[in-house]
Design a protein around this ligand. Sequence first.
Ligand SMILES: C[S@@+](CC[C@H](N)C(=O)[O-])C[C@H]1O[C@@H](n2cnc3c(N)ncnc32)[C@H](O)[C@@H]1O
Length: 130
Amino acid sequence: MKIRIINTEKIKEKYVKDAIQEYTKRLSAYCKVEYVEAKNPSKEITDKSYVIKIDKHGEQLSSEQLAEKVVEIGVSGNSHITIFLGEDDIEADYVLSISQMDIDINILLIIIYEQIYRAYRIINNAPYHK
Ligand SMILES: C[S@@+](CC[C@H](N)C(=O)[O-])C[C@H]1O[C@@H](n2cnc3c(N)ncnc32)[C@H](O)[C@@H]1O
């Protein structure tokens, strides 16, 4: 599985860059995660990819449900997931909300990485999520 995280905002904070680096390293055991900052996100989304838009008005999932979704996407033949963070009106296969509260982009990004990592730990029955 290849996961691309596309963010329309530029991240300046070192703690966020460190978190991205750390989770990318941890996730390398399970999948390839690529982080992209792009002003024109539609150019970055390939046809074959399953697109998840992160938006406050989307659906909320438990970590277990997110893990199931990742498995389903793989089974249905989509080996690419694009996770999109930004205000742009893009066409998405699924809209995911993290909470009803507004979350700062720095924190949001770290939550996304942590939940993807947690999903893979759940899929692989590893102890992290317990
Ligand atoms: C963090 S906002 C940044 C917008 C602006 N710079 C600000 O701080 O008001 C960028 C994206 O995060 C999304 N977002 C904010 N809170 C969210 C939440 N609880 N769940 C999912 N997405 C969220 C918004 O829908 C938006 O697409």
